[in-house]
Ligand binder design. Sequence first.
Ligand code: AP5
Ligand code: MG
Length: 216
Amino acid sequence: MNIILLGPPGAGKGTQARLIENSRGLVQLSTGDMLRAAVAAGSEVGLKAKAVMEAGGLVSDEIVIGIISDRIDEPDCQNGFILDGFPRTLPQAAALEDLLASKNKSLNAVIEMRVDDEKLVERITGRFTCGDCGEGYHDTFRTPKEEGKCDNCGSSNFKRRADDNEETLRTRLLSYYKETSPLIGYYFAKDNLASIDGMADMSEVTNQIETILASA
Ligand code: AP5
Ligand code: MG
């Protein structure tokens, strides 16, 4: 099963992708995580992406399509994957279609996570992540069970993203509405879109996604 999670910054794509990954044996493919890894490694891609990401813009289609194309060929993706943050432009959606067709794969569902824009600031500015295992947290909505210690791996190495501030979020939202939100209409017209209430509690959001996947 191959699915797309579509939604603005802070919609909960990463949070839900990790949960479905565990429950369904699918692989989370987050282009944001891959690009941040490239930046941290100082690779050629990372050097090109760093300033764009810190400013809240979009990295070039060419770069992200190349990353995804290579990644879905890897053995762990053969049972299926969750695309988190890709595609983000109409050319990326078209390239994905070609890629999947050339590999004899298809999309089972595109899930739009609907959220109120004014709540995104709170979600983004309160987010932190375990730097060792990637588990996601929030200052208010998801705190570690034991303060300062990751529930998943016990690490105390928590990180906040360079682009998680109110000013950059505004630019990220603009990028979303200009470049990415047209994909909602695109997948609706292709009869592949399901929309869920991303404002619900995390577990309720998971239930809504599971219901869609059960009939996909
Ligand atoms: P990316 O990393 O994809 O960032 P994003 O799209 O801005 O999305 P986020 O990761 O901020 O939000 P999320 O939906 O994953 O929310 P989360 O689950 O963490 O991309 C970063 C940058 O990389 C882009 O700006 C761009 O420059 C570049 N890039 C990446 N892909 C690209 C592409 N395809 N093309 C071009 N450029 C690309 O949740 C947020 C917080 O809310 C967390 O703290 C969480 O605990 C909390 N939360 C989650 N769900 C709930 C809930 N239901 N109730 C309460 N709190 C919740
Ligand atoms: Mg994310």
